[in-house]
Design a protein around this ligand. Structure first.
Ligand code: 13P
Ligand code: SF4
Length: 301
């Protein structure tokens, strides 16, 4: 399968990008693996004819918005992030009407349509920096209340208005389970994605994006790590820490993102073979792209 995929990549002039949450076997077939911010930034620079994005639809839409002249394919176009829909136009308009000096900040985990209603996008790796850089004092943070609350705590000079969206996978990680793991592994470092709930984040030694969690484990002197994010990150951690005797522990109710997990090597092969799953340029593409470009600009300051 790997040989057939490599051959098709050459024939199609295709580059394959994968998020850390897709199955390890799919990550192994990709040219680049990374977090949402890395993939968005990278996508803008690619000059190949076709970009295949092994991830969920908001990621593929962002790639298409940032590099519209490329053919962008998804191995499974039905793979979607439920949180990417958890805010309505009305929710945004109500706050816009009654709040002066306001920026609407959309987590990149949103549909292109939701992005088009906002002023700037953020990812989990740059949200604190981007919000800090904004001139507005009032911030409507959509759709993730957990990441929004975390940003509000880090940037106390801003008045952050939250929206009740959440990631069903991270939000479900239970405090009791985290406390039990900490009791079982008292020397372990605890690392959490900011999509986890407030009480779980309070138990963490380190909070960051998937890539930041991976980097922290590579750099740390600790030998055991309790990792509070989707189990897909284990593949990259194992690859980068091979032979270092580091042990990664996930909650017993294993956090799996079913949509990310559905991106199998078989689907990647079929997508390259048939050039299927093409992502169309979303409606309002100029309005949806502007907040992404602004994110790239503010994050690079
Ligand atoms: P990262 O930006 O950390 O890659 O996270 C994306 C995501 O979907 C987290 O659930
Ligand atoms: Fe969406 Fe959560 Fe899956 Fe990330 S882990 S893609 S936020 S459902």
């Amino acid at each position: 399968m790997a040989r057939r995929i490599e051959k098709l990549k050459r024939e199609r002039d295709a580059v394959v990008l994968a998020h850390y949450y897709v199955p390890a076997e799919t990550q192994a077939l990709a040219d680049y693996v990374g977090d949402s911010f890395y993939l968005a930034r990278l996508a803008k620079t690619l000059e190949c004819e076709t970009i295949v994005i092994c991830g969920v639809s908001f990621m593929a839409e962002s790639v298409k918005l940032l590099n519209p002249s490329r053919r962008v394919l998804m191995p499974d176009p039905s793979a979607d992030c439920p949180m990417a829909h958890m805010v309505s136009r009305e929710d945004v308009d109500v706050v816009r009407e009654k709040t002066d000096d306001l920026a609407v900040v959309a987590y990149v985990n949103t549909t292109a349509e939701i992005k088009s209603w906002s002023d700037v996008c953020v990812t989990s790796s740059n949200a604190v920096k981007v919000v800090r850089e904004l001139p507005e004092r009032n911030i409507l943070f959509i759709p993730d209340a957990n990441l929004g609350r975390y940003v509000a705590e880090q940037v106390p000079e801003k008045n952050v208005i939250l929206n009740p969206g959440h990631c069903p996978i991270h939000d479900r990680i239970a405090l009791a389970e985290v406390r039990l793991l900490k009791a079982e592994h008292p020397a372990a470092e605890v690392l959490a994605h900011p999509e986890c709930g407030r009480e779980v984040l309070a138990e963490a030694d380190f909070i960051g994006s998937t890539k930041q969690i991976i980097d922290r484990i590579v750099e740390s002197d600790a030998k055991e790590f309790i990792v509070l994010t989707v189990v897909g990150v284990a593949a990259e951690i194992e690859r980068l820490t091979e032979g270092q005797g580091k042990r990664v522990i996930f909650p017993k109710t294993t956090p799996v993102c079913p949509d990310m997990d559905s991106i199998t090597p078989e689907k990647l092969l079929s997508c390259l073979e048939n050039l299927s799953g093409e992502v169309a340029l979303p409606a309002n593409s100029e309005q949806a792209n502007a907040p992404l470009e602004r994110m790239l600009e503010l994050a690079a300051r």
